[in-house]
Design a protein around this ligand. Structure first.
Ligand code: PRX
Length: 706
């Protein structure tokens, strides 16, 4: 999308403004920041003198050695809290135990099945009334994490190694992540919805030799075959000459048919040994000290989609990430320990939202974090609806609920009566994340979940930013439905044109950050060139000549200085809040024997925000096998299934359209804008249409390069 497209599409003005409420009205003792004036003063000071601001903020962490320098910035390289030594697990767990809070609840977990562990959970006759619930105190967490950490050491994991984690939303996922960082290993968590190929390419890229997984995970009553996917990936990896030494498997479902190749104990695939978690963790002892880490040592890798087929391993480092995430969690959600708060972020830990605001940000602030294993519509009601989320909020007296616009739009569709059935008077702050929220969804959230009193924080940020970049701060910032409002403290954000010049009010442009911040990505793992070109290669500050951090989002700023994010301007699509590279889907399609070429674009979708439309040309072999025929619905289904298998269900195209050729410019570039226009009309086309698109006419009409 070009900058001018942005400008025209944004002028749909939203005029409603919701002012902050007094803290007491929401049951808070106070707001951390309680007026717009206070926010403005703090923000201005934080950007004018970042050193002092971040020096103070970093004091909230516990340090093994103090840092001597706050920040060293040689664009695009930032180093924060130089000379300092600390440990993430220590800051999340141990220090709370040492301070006498060991008996407080750190993690509340609810499993999906409301059924006993035997038999398929969807066999309704066997349903248990109550779901499985676990509560881990800081002391229990410390013990579990230490045991897992000693086991990882015994399996040969060393400081600096990368451990791959591919798990369902169970407490062992949090334990495994904290165990890694306790011994100085970085975790690379892969969302459980991804296919084996995703594990393979990420493990190769990260040089990872150990994988932690589970035999399966529950999702809407089905079992996600995680262990089977890991087995497939281990074999793929071995074929690439990459040997996984150990796989540690949590027994979660017990439904996995015992694999031929995996029998407890001495089982292995080639040189890869498989171990049950329950037989191994604990066997190497209960004690494992926290490793002293340099501020700039890698904390974790998290892969995100880019505009090429290969995902990028985003590098986050220890102290900067911790400092920023503890601050943003505290301010954005007005967190206080010891005040009865229960925080629930419904994101999977496999995404950055889960890293920062299921795990690290909450544990550091000593506010109980709720993890839910499954789907919002399990048990499933008629029409595929569900009210599990509202039940969870009422059951656990959740005070903070943080979810994605796509989920909110789904809840809207399921009807107002479902939330109305539950007592959600416990809620104080609501959050959204992942994609722009349309004002109708915002208003529904406000009315039906927030009782028209809870502030809504629309948090704009990215895997690369580590934490919130723009968000209302409840108590201080009036909200406007659809706007992520103002920059976080310490964030110097602007809207610029291609020349890097800051644009005036309501002009569509590109979202940039001018100064470094502690949790900014430190690189793309093993790919310096991609780091520079993706984030710092396009825009420069005309005043200083310094590269600007570009988020790849188009946005505008209104007359009140509020940001309105329009969406990506590169070839990645947000589908249900998940980032997907069009190239990833295209590569999956062309790996099918009948596909010659594929072009993938997004088109607006009522619930998902965007859906995927794939334009496909077929190889001669298909036509030779099917003389005189047109591509069938059967083939369309086969291609969709192929993408699911290669990438994962979240990448499956909603539409596959066959064409004899793709419209290209003279220089051979696919005319994506044209395809987007065609795809946008897609909903009008019936499912069973098999006619080929004929782009030759349009292509001839549009000979110019885009
Ligand atoms: O396009 C923006 C969109 O999500 C992208 C980042 O995706 P990811 O790295 O997967 O992280 C998602 C969770 C932080 C951004 O470039 N995005 C995220 N939050 C918002 C948003 N767009 C508009 N409003 C938001 N609140």
């Amino acid at each position: 999308m070009s900058t001018s497209d942005q400008a025209t599409s944004v002028l749909l003005q939203e005029k409603r403004v919701f002012n902050p409420k007094p803290a007491k009205q929401l049951g808070f003792d106070r707001w951390h920041i309680d007026s717009l004036e206070q926010y403005k003063a703090l923000h201005e000071a934080s950007v004018r003198d970042p050193e002092s601001f971040w020096r103070e903020e970093a004091k909230r962490l516990d340090w093994f050695e103090p840092f001597h320098t706050v920040c060293q910035w040689e664009a695009p390289d930032a180093k924060w809290f130089l000379g300092g030594r600390t440990n993430a697990c220590y800051n999340c767990v141990d220090r709370h135990v040492q301070a006498g809070h060991g008996e407080q609840v750190a993690i509340i977990w609810e499993g999906e099945p409301v059924a006993p562990r035997t038999g398929h959970p969807a066999s309704s006759s066997a349903y248990a009334k109550e779901p499985e619930i676990r509560r881990l105190t800081y002391r229990e967490l410390q013990l579990e994490v230490s045991r897992c950490a000693s086991t990882l050491k015994a399996l040969g994991v060393k400081k600096g190694d990368v451990v791959t984690i591919y798990m369902p939303m169970i407490p062992e996922l949090a334990i495994a992540m904290l165990a890694c960082v306790r011994i100085g290993a970085a975790h690379s968590v892969i969302f459980g919805g991804f296919a084996p190929h995703a594990i393979t390419e990420r493990a190769i890229d990260a040089h990872s030799k150990v994988i932690i997984t589970a035999d399966g995970g529950y999702r809407r009553g089905d079992i996600v075959p995680l262990q089977k996917n890991v087995e497939e990936s281990v074999t793929q990896l071995a074929n690439h000459g990459h040997i996984i030494n150990h796989v540690l498997v949590v027994k979660r479902t017990g439904h996995q048919p015992p694999s031929e190749r995996f029998k407890t104990g001495a089982s292995h695939i080639g040189a890869t040994k498989f171990h049950w978690w329950h037989e191994t963790v604990g066997a190497s002892g209960d004690a494992c000290p926290c490793e002293s880490m340099d501020s700039e040592d890698m904390l974790f890798l998290l892969y995100t989609s880019g505009s090429t087929g290969k995902p990028k391993g985003i590098v986050h480092t220890t102290a900067g990430y911790l400092a920023f995430v503890q601050m943003t969690a505290r301010l954005t959600f007005n967190l206080f320990p010891d005040s009865g708060q229960v925080f629930w972020c419904s994101a999977d830990i496999g995404w950055i939202t889960g890293h920062s605001y299921v795990l690290y940000g909450l544990l550091m602030n000593r506010v109980p974090t709720l993890m839910y294993e499954g789907a919002p519509n399990f048990p499933t009601m008629e029409g595929g609806k569900g009210d599990r989320f509202w039940e969870i909020i009422a059951r656990h007296r959740v005070t903070h609920f943080y979810t994605a616009p796509t989920a909110i739009r789904t809840f809207m569709k399921w009807g107002d009566e479902l939330p109305a059935k539950h007592d959600m008077s416990c809620l104080k702050v609501l959050g959204t994340v992942g994609e722009p929220i349309n004002p109708e969804a915002w208003m529904w959230y406000h009315k039906h979940i927030g009782r028209e009193v809870c502030p809504i924080v629309d948090t704009y940020w990215q895997t690369e930013t580590g934490g919130h970049i723009c968000t209302p701060i409840p108590g201080a910032i009036p909200t406007k439905p659809g706007s992520c409002t103002v920059p976080m403290l310490g964030i110097d954000a602007a809207i610029v044109n291609e020349q890097g010049e800051e644009l005036g009010a309501n002009k569509g442009g590109l979202f940039v950050i001018r100064k470094p911040w502690p949790s900014m990505l430190r690189g793309v793992f093993g790919n310096r060139e991609r780091f520079i070109s993706n984030y710092f290669g396009r825009l420069k500050d005309p005043a200083t000549g310094q590269p600007l951090y570009f988020s790849a989002d188009g946005a505008r700023r209104d007359e009140d200085g509020y940001f309105w994010v329009q969406g990506r301007v590169d070839d990645v699509i947000k589908v249900s809040g998940h980032l997907l590279g069009t190239m990833e889907v295209e590569s999956a399609l062309v790996s099918h024997p009948f596909v010659a070429e594929a072009a993938v674009v997004g088109y607006p979708h009522e619930v998902k925000g965007n859906a995927i439309c794939a334009f496909v040309t077929l190889r001669g072999t298909w036509y030779a096998k099917n003389p005189g025929k047109q591509p069938s619905d059967e083939l369309r289904k086969e291609l969709i299934a192929h993408v699911r298998k290669e990438v994962g269900a979240l990448a499956q195209p909603d539409q596959v359209r066959f064409t004899e050729g793709l419209p290209k410019t003279r220089s051979g570039k696919i005319m994506r804008r044209l395809l987007r226009d065609v795809a946008a009309g897609v909903e009008k086309i019936t499912q069973d249409t098999t006619t080929l698109e004929d782009f030759s006419v349009v292509a001839k009409l549009r000979q110019d390069d885009e």
